[in-house]
Design a protein around this ligand. Sequence first.
Ligand code: AGP
Length: 608
Amino acid sequence: MCGIIGHVGQRESLPILMAGLRRLEYRGYDSAGVAVLNAGQLGVVKAVGKIKSLERSLQGQEIAGSIGIAHTRWATHGEPSVTNAHPHLDSDNEIALVHNGVIENYRTLKEFLSRSGIKFVSDTDTEVLTKLVKYHYTDSLTDAVRIALGQVEGTYGIAVVSSKHPETLVAARKGSPLVIGLGDDENFVASDVSAMIEHTNRVLYLEDGEIAEITPNDYRIITIENIPTDKAVEEVNWTLDEIEKQGYDHFMLKEIYEQPSTIRAAIRGRINLEEGIARLNGLNLQYDELRRIKRVIITACGTSWHSALIGEYMIEELARIPVEVEYASEFRYRSPVFDDHTLLLAISQSGETADTLAAMREARKHGVTSLGIVNVVGSTIARESDGGVYTHAGPEIGVASTKAFTSQVMVLSMIAILLGRMRNVSVQQGQELIGLMRQLPDQIEAILKTDDKIQEIAKAYHHHDNFLYLGRGINFPAALEGALKLKEISYIHAEGYPAAEMKHGPIALIDEKMPVVVIALKDPVYDKVMSNIEQVKARNGNVIAIASEGDTEIADKVNHVIYVPRTHRLLTPILSVLPLQLLAYHIAVMRGCNVDQPRNLAKSVTVE
Ligand code: AGP
């Protein structure tokens, strides 16, 4: 989704802004632009496409200066074009503004401004906001922004500069994340910490309805009602290394290979083998409160929704509490039934997904205790939830989520154990699960060592246009996740299905051109899955099986087998998904796709 970086200080802004834009590239965008203030004039350059296009457009341009803003745009209003790209300017080229989000009443505001003779050149809601700020401007940029935002309905994260205020950057937030970074003799604003982490790790997270006035050595935060507010400075503990490829061809591959360590990080300090229990202090719930929970709703989108489905199996089986998994985008527009004993879990890698955030807010409005399972520290879901558990997977840059998924599943397994231990799960059962959880990182290492074989399979099938993924029980969501990975990065049509459901429709698709990836682990439904495999083979389908180590009989019945180590049935998706991530990755690379920034996709979907 769109990205923002702003800088004000003593150093040249342009290199800082361009480096920030490159760090934001992973979020997905279709055009980019920059505005720098130099000797009272705003120099603005914009381009369609990648940052490289913007770099080319900047060649030979004089836009020196030590205050500026920049933006990567993911089109919502108006096609990707130079005119629609940000920053937008007012008619006198005095004010430049970049914006993430959607101004819902922009048509009304446009009519209002048009009546005063103001003309528009783009199709965007952002241009309207820029001209509205100018309309209200008298002598204070901050006041003009504040008054303009008072008329706005919708969501925004904005950064604004003006040629009349060469040392002031104004930023404001409602529904779109913004972080202020504090440096030495310079300050920053960005939609994402990664854009400024090489300059500072001291940050302030803006809340909805707050406006920041930022100068090189100071900042001031007020509410939209013009009330000054205080804010704690927080330290981000990422390192630059974490957001660099470190020799890998793609971030996605690096992130797949990081999973042994991210799984270790997810459980570190949180499991107690002796007592067979997980300790999750961030939940902010006492044991008696955990015992009172009678129903769990898990809400999320995309990959996080798949981990929610796995959580449903885990919590229902271990804690015997009914669980409903809801697409956040649907949940927020239904009239969900809540009661005092419902717990809501909102799962999100970014912690900023608009639908998941809105679903959580809806639940909280009804007094439902809402916990976040979130990766990005300090993100909105993390801050607005009643408590939660960080997944600690570190920055995930590849648009296709991999390590965040397995960490979410780990966290859900710990929640399930905890809720289970509050009820029927014995110390011994808890110990068995925890013991097996501790083996997962080494087992993942073992799967990663089979990458060459997965690559060979990818080679054999990367020309196919359709794939079917089958799994049963707790591995059905893993099949869904495998299919999602393939479609989002390789643009191959892939569907995930519960294996037994295949005969109710998708079987009609099966022929030699439709490879079928089947998760067929040695578990209580193994024989049933094997008969589903026979049904595929009988129709000339090619089967790639994900099987349990030591299963010798499967090899004769399928075209290819990728083995994964054995573990507790409830933990198997953490292992079975690994080959599926690698298969999708290699197929996408072989098809020449842009793995880390697939077309049309954004890392963090902060609009509806
Ligand atoms: C994952 O590969 C996708 N890019 C996407 O489905 C993602 O999981 C979804 O948008 C939810 O994001 P979140 O976890 O940051 O809320």
